[in-house]
Design a protein around this ligand. Structure first.
Ligand code: AMP
Length: 309
């Protein structure tokens, strides 16, 4: 609650100090309204500037910053959005306690020479009477979609809206959230959205744990247990390299490593076609090993792509 109040006062303080909407890409700008963001995007496009975009829910880590660097490589102006999107959280999920620290995020993005932070409030994105949702069928029926009903509708909806607001040429997404990446790629293709989705490999902590804002929920002991997720990925990659192609064998080995001692509760371990996410019995082309589990109360996901060379 204290954090929410803090972010409200920051919001009004920044709104007060806002100057004219004229663009200066040397100093990082914080934009809070859809209209202002769209005007800036139009101005940039009229000048022939390429816009790179990284949508985030904030509480940034090195994984997010790697995406920002990639966006910088590809474009003239980088926009990072920070928006904890309520429509992608289920009623029993962690929307209220999702970690937030705008000031820290602002500093990190300043260091990366980000040009614009788009930081809207929930009412700005979902005003009263809001009724339009984007559903990417089929892809949402697998992996996390099975337990997180409506999650990918929330993701696709907010990302479609952010694309209409930021008007990017490139949008960088992490492979860490592989199903999300596929949903966005499919949506962009199906709805003829005029931008390129750029995937970025998963950034890991030293021990191999995939970076995630939710890792901040883990205590020291839980963090240790979570390392088993990466050990599992390594084991499966090793077996795959040695020639194993049967999903049942690979999944059984994976579960054995994950459960080698107590503390990791498996939600799913699957091997799916990397494009459709449909589960497969044998790996023939490009597959994804996807893992979702709980360590304590924290739900963690990870994956690796298994490709025939
Ligand atoms: P989030 O703030 O969790 O919504 O994530 C924002 C973006 O950062 C998404 O495209 C994520 O896939 C990406 N991302 C999150 N964690 C990582 C990571 N460890 N490595 C690479 N990308 C990541």
């Amino acid at each position: 609650m204290r954090k929410a109040l803090k972010s409200t006062s920051r919001r009004s303080k920044e709104a007060r100090s806002r100057t004219t909407p004229t663009l200066s890409i040397e100093n990082m700008r914080i934009i809070e309204t859809v209209k202002e963001m769209q005007d800036i995007a139009d101005e940039l496009r009229a000048k022939g500037k390429k816009i790179g975009f990284v949508p985030t829910m904030g509480y940034l880590h090195e994984g997010h910053l790697a995406l920002v660097r990639k966006a910088k490589e590809l474009s003239d102006v980088v926009v990072v959005s920070i928006f904890v999107n309520p429509t992608q959280f289920g009623p029993t999920e962690d929307l209220a306690k999702y970690p937030r620290d705008f000031e820290r995020d602002r500093q990190l993005l300043q260091q990366e020479k980000t040009n614009i932070i788009f930081f809207p409030g929930a009412k700005e994105i979902y005003p009263d009477g809001y009724s339009t949702y984007v559903q990417v069928r089929e892809l949402e029926d697998h992996l996390c979609g099975k337990s997180r009903t409506g999650h990918f509708v929330g993701v696709a909806t907010v990302v479609a809206k952010l694309f209409n607001i930021v008007k990017p040429h490139f949008a960088v997404f992490g492979q860490k959230d592989y199903q999300q990446l596929r949903v966005i790629e499919r949506m962009v293709k199906d709805l003829n959205m005029d931008l390129e989705v750029v995937p970025y490999p998963t950034v890991r902590e030293e021990g191999g744990l995939a970076m995630s804002s939710r890792n901040s929920y883990l205590g020291a002991e839980e963090r240790e247990k979570a390392l088993r997720i990466y050990a599992t990925i390594q084991k499966v990659e090793e077996l795959f390299k040695a020639g194993e192609r049967g999903s049942a064998v690979l999944i059984e080995e994976a579960k054995e490593v994950l459960q080698s001692s107590e503390g990791v509760e498996i939600e799913y371990v699957t091997i799916s076609d990397a494009e459709t996410l449909v589960e497969i019995d044998r790996i023939q082309h490009r597959a994804v090993l996807a893992i979702a589990c709980r360590v304590g109360k924290t739900r963690l996901i990870d994956n690796t792509i298994l490709t025939e060379v």
